[in-house]
Design a protein around this ligand. Structure first.
Ligand SMILES: O=P(O)(O)O[C@H]1O[C@H](CO)[C@@H](O)[C@H]1O
Ligand SMILES: [Mn+2]
Ligand SMILES: [Mn+2]
Length: 410
């Protein structure tokens, strides 16, 4: 029986990519810088000392990161014989955003340029805003700028509650984000508004509209909820998910995955919020997953709660939590199951600004019978999709080269 588990630790980069300079990200290194801060006792909020990720390290995390960044990672013990196959991959998609990263992982890189709203202030075109206000019958809007999502609700949340005007903001990504209060504005109304904006944005080639609901009654206690929703355009061609489903297999999405692929190639979408629930749900779904199924989870918190928030201790705690739970997953795998852990881009919490960073991603593979080889540098994230296509005996993807021949049991 063939089953695979694909876990995306959202934003868990392992060192600047060759083309990082194009993004202003030369020298960025999500894992490396977190480990460095921990090692220097500079990431001490609710945790202490060197980064503790022994299980990931045993599979080959330290090895692959050392290969990616040409330097050992502080505090990670040297492992003579890793228990997994390990490599790192570079991105060929034009952007460093979540859909590009995920689609490329699934074999479909984004080789065209997304539309963006580059202006930091007055970011959205007036005709677009007028159309949204008219179509959604709004009293107006707030924001209309580049912003960090937590900062902007602190600044404009009260005014939003008083006036009923939604908060519109964007970032260096191809996104139109809408923050509204779950009670005073209403969650369903926010989703309806996002649908309207999604339709209007297709002409602008914008990747995602994102609903950012929040709760609380004053800036000090405003907090975003798990009811976030991403409205993505569909991938430009069939991903390995589509192929697997078409061939009679199943793809079980956990967390944000279904939204990221615009619900294409998904058999069932299971909602889960927070690292603990995402992990629990992954285990539950694995326990009942049948033949030819892919259990596919996105752990968004690394990115949204810690990377973008530039919270090094928080990111380290999240990695340590994930690592503590990893043995449960390893022991839940059947003899022939394949586990792949990876990321979709970087988001170095020590980096300037609040945006993603152009980095290599880890490719960490485990299976009870696989060969624990060094997979080296992979020329595209699509090697993962191609490997899954190969593993499930699907027709080959257009991009990527399969590493299944290198790791398959002898
Ligand atoms: O600051 P927040 O709202 O978390 O926004 C971040 O989340 C968006 C989607 O991943 C990114 O474009 C980035 O701007
Ligand atoms: Mn992401
Ligand atoms: Mn992000």
């Amino acid at each position: 029986m063939k089953r695979a588990v694909l876990l995306v630790l959202d934003s868990f980069g392992v060192g600047a990519a060759d083309d990082a300079e194009r993004f202003g990200d030369q020298g960025s290194d999500t894992l490396g810088h977190i480990a460095e801060q921990c090692f220097k006792n500079l990431a001490e909020e609710n945790r202490h000392g060197p980064l503790e990720v022994p299980h990931l390290n045993q599979l080959g995390l330290g090895r692959l990161a050392q290969n990616s960044r040409a330097k050992a990672v502080d505090g990670l013990a040297e492992i003579a014989k890793p228990s997994g196959a390990y490599g790192y991959a570079k991105e060929i998609s034009s952007g460093k955003d979540t859909p590009s990263g995920h689609w490329e992982i699934a074999g479909v890189p984004v080789l065209f340029d997304w539309g963006y709203f580059p202006d930091k202030e007055n970011s959205f075109p007036k005709e677009l805003l007028d159309e949204i206000v008219a179509r959604a019958e709004l009293p107006g809007f707030l924001g209309n700028c580049h912003a960090s999502g937590t900062t902007i609700i602190e600044q404009l949340g009260l005014e939003h509650m008083q006036t009923g005007k939604p908060i519109f903001y964007t970032s260096a990504d191809s996104v139109f984000q809408i923050a509204c209060h779950e009670q005073t504005f209403g969650l369903e109304r926010l989703y309806d508004l996002c649908h309207i904006v999604r339709e209007l944005l297709d002409d602008y080639n914008i990747g995602r509209v994102i609903a950012r609901p929040f709760v609380g009654d004053q800036p000090e206690n405003f907090s975003r909820t798990g009811n976030r929703h991403d409205y993505s355009v569909t991938p430009p061609s069939a991903t390995v998910l589509d192929k697997l489903v078409k061939a009679g297999g199943s793809v079980i999405s956990i967390g944000k995955i279904a939204d990221i692929y615009a619900h294409q190639g998904i058999t069932r979408a299971v909602k889960a919020t927070g690292l603990e629930q995402l992990f629990d749900t992954t285990l539950q779904e694995l326990a009942v997953a049948g033949e030819d199924s892919l259990v596919f989870t996105n752990f968004v918190d690394f990115d949204s709660s810690y990377g973008h928030r530039r919270d090094v201790s928080g990111y380290a705690r999240a990695l340590e939590y994930f690592d503590r739970r990893l043995p449960e997953l390893l022991s839940a795998l059947n003899d022939d199951d394949l586990l792949i852990m990876t990321a979709d881009h970087g988001c170095d919490p020590t980096w300037q600004g609040t945006e993603h960073t152009r980095e290599h991603i880890p490719v960490l593979v485990y299976g009870k019978k696989i060969q624990c080889v060094d997979l080296g540098k992979r020329e595209t994230f699509a090697d993962i999709g191609q490997t899954l296509a190969d593993y499930f005996s699907l027709t080959a993807m257009e991009y990527g080269s399969s590493f299944w021949p290198d790791i398959k049991p002898e």
